[in-house]
Write a protein that binds this ligand. Structure first.
Ligand code: IPD
Ligand code: CA
Ligand code: CA
Length: 287
């Protein structure tokens, strides 16, 4: 077992100082155990299996997931788990953990230090705790329902920009190289025409949503994500004052995949309007 890098521990403890919940300590310990496995494996040779076009699972994903699930199971053996590589329990369970052990696998495999462990804890579909941790930069984003969201001990608040021409927008590309890619590219062109400040695509949806919650981006969108990509981020963003929905403004599901529109709230309607025609074309097969 590796030593806990001191910054990782200090930043985690700074978040804990502001929050309390019976399940918080386990959430943080599980994220820490996952993070330590990722630190261990980063920039080493890991075994890779191809899941689909540009979509990989590595021995690091599996080691992190096993460490996270073991930590949760030790404390709460009866809780349900949805986890990217191994568990798919019921989304409406009384106690549910939604886990992405390594969000940003492509970055990880390319040696780019922008990836995260993401853990959301829900009770009968209601978000209670969100934890996103980038192990390499030692950034912790932690929220508890009705207690706010914290980034390394600093309170997280969305930006107040209310116009697209004030916005830095982040996006993600689903793994397909077909219609979803075309829809995303066409949306980016429209957003640039609306005079946004810029587009960022850093490659880890959980961190993208956390960065909206911190006020760095005004909005993030992606036309198809899985619950483990957004379960923790949704709680962070809600507690930071933002809004997150599917790409038509509907409630995000926990039991199935969905598009995601995450914003500071002020820009939500404008973003949904930008996405609407592309969503329509996607549905009618026009791309
Ligand atoms: C991926 C990342 C990426 C997003 C993909 C996700 P993974 O998650 O969040 O930014 O564009 O759609 O699948 O595969 O690295 O856990
Ligand atoms: Ca992911
Ligand atoms: Ca993943």
């Amino acid at each position: 077992m590796p030593d806990i890098p001191s910054t990782l521990k200090i930043h985690r403890d700074r978040c804990v100082d502001h929050l309390s919940h019976p399940v918080l300590a386990t959430s943080l310990e599980a994220a820490l155990q996952g993070a330590l496995r990722l630190i261990d494996a980063f920039q080493t040779d890991v075994d890779i299996t191809v899941k689909g076009t540009s979509n990989f699972v590595s021995s690091a994903d599996l080691a992190a997931e096993s460490a996270i699930v073991t930590t949760i199971r030790e404390q709460f053996p009866k809780h349900a788990i949805i986890s990217e590589e191994s568990h798919s329990d019921r989304a409406d369970a009384e106690h549910l953990w939604v886990i992405d052990p390594l969000d940003g696998t492509s970055n990880f495999l390319h040696g780019i230090p922008h990836f995260a462990v993401s853990i959301g804890y829900y009770e009968r579909g209601a978000g209670k705790i969100g934890v996103v941790c980038n192990p390499i930069t030692a950034d912790w984003y932690v929220a508890v329902e009705k207690q706010g969201a914290w980034h390394n001990g600093q309170t997280m608040l969305v930006s107040r920009a209310g116009r697209l021409n004030q916005a830095m927008i982040s996006c993600g590309f689903h793994y397909d190289r077909g219609k979803m890619m075309e829809a995303t590219l066409a949306t980016l062109a429209d957003l640039f025409r609306a005079d946004i400040h810029g587009i960022r695509r850093f490659g880890a949806a959980a961190l993208d949503i956390a960065n909206v919650a911190c006020g760095q981006y005004e909005a993030f969108f992606e036309y198809l994500l899985s619950p483990w990509d957004y379960a923790a981020g949704a709680i962070l963003l809600h507690e930071a004052g933002g809004r997150i929905t599917d790409c038509s403004g509907g409630v995000l599901p926990l039991g199935t995949s969905s598009g995601v529109c995450a914003t500071n709230g002020f820009l939500h309607q404008a973003m949904l309007e930008q996405l609407a025609s592309h969503l329509q074309h996607l549905k009618s097969g026009d791309y």
